[in-house]
Ligand binder design. Structure first.
Ligand code: NDP
Length: 233
């Protein structure tokens, strides 16, 4: 399977990239690190030179996404899965009275418009693939049923991402392309922090099971956790 991952240079994205190559998949790793990444993504690419293709990708830039899609079309011709993973969390505990709207706009730009831009430019590649799946990494913070009074930019961006996922799910259902918004659990990453109980590698492994169809998921479900269980909307 050829799997395209955004934000593949650290956190969950890096765990997804390493788990996928270890399972024999090809990973197209999109990151702001560019075509010659540094750090752990570089180490992974050196270990699996034929299995990791790095592309420069800033999800806030339509031009960067379009260039990446064209490069992948030339080199690979198709992809089988897209994982819209790149995300930001700003204004964690800010009260509505103190909200900085520039950070709200930036959050929407990355967490919502990012996946929308990626789908606009990567759909032609995905349509050339087989057994295709799109996973938009969402969050329990986006659940209206579980709403709490805080994390305004982040929660709202993920609720909207769930809506976009449902729309895509409808749009692509007659082409047998599966679309899910997935809560990855509270995991130990720069965003999740040290107190998080979950491991990104375990979540990555569960997400790979979903891509590989090791787990049957009801066709009507679109907002799920990484174990494939329904999340409250
Ligand atoms: P991290 O903060 O550890 O990593 C975020 C990733 O997103 C980095 O690779 C970062 O790249 C990338 N990114 C941010 N902005 C952009 C951009 N403009 N263009 C391209 N890449 C960008 O977060 P996690 O790994 O924890 O989060 C991954 C996903 O999981 C996110 O969507 C998050 O909302 C979601 N999530 C995480 C939870 C957790 O407990 N950790 C809980 C629920 C959901 P760079 O290094 O360049 O900044």
């Amino acid at each position: 399977m050829k799997i395209f991952i955004t934000g593949a240079n650290r956190g969950l994205g890096l765990a997804l990239a390493s788990t996928a190559v270890e399972r024999g998949h090809t990973v197209i790793a999109g990151s702001r690190d560019g075509e010659n990444p540094t750090g752990k993504l570089k180490v992974l690419q050196e270990r699996f030179p034929d299995k990791v293709l790095s592309v420069s990708l800033d999800v806030t830039s339509e031009q960067s996404i379009s260039i990446a899609a064209n490069q992948i079309m030339e080199k690979e011709g198709s992809i089988d899965a897209i994982i819209n993973n790149a995300g930001v969390l700003y204004e964690r505990d800010a009260k509505i009275e103190d909200l900085d709207f520039s950070l709200l706009e930036l959050t929407m730009n990355v967490n919502l418009y990012g996946p929308m831009r990626v789908m606009k430019h990567f759909l032609p590649l995905l349509k050339q693939g087989t057994n295709q799946t799109v996973i938009n990494i969402s969050s329990d913070a986006g659940s209206i049923a579980n709403a709490y009074g805080g994390d305004y930019p982040y929660a709202i961006s993920k609720t909207a991402l769930n809506m976009f996922s449902k729309q895509l799910n409808h749009y692509l259902s007659n082409q047998q392309i599966r679309v899910y918004a997935v809560h990855p659990g509270w995991i130990k990453t720069d965003m999740g922090g040290d107190k998080a109980r979950g491991s990104p590698i375990e979540t990555a492994s569960n997400l790979l099971d979903i891509l590989e169809k090791k787990k049957e998921i009801d066709r009507d479900l679109f907002f799920i956790n990484h174990r494939g269980e329904a999340m409250p909307l």
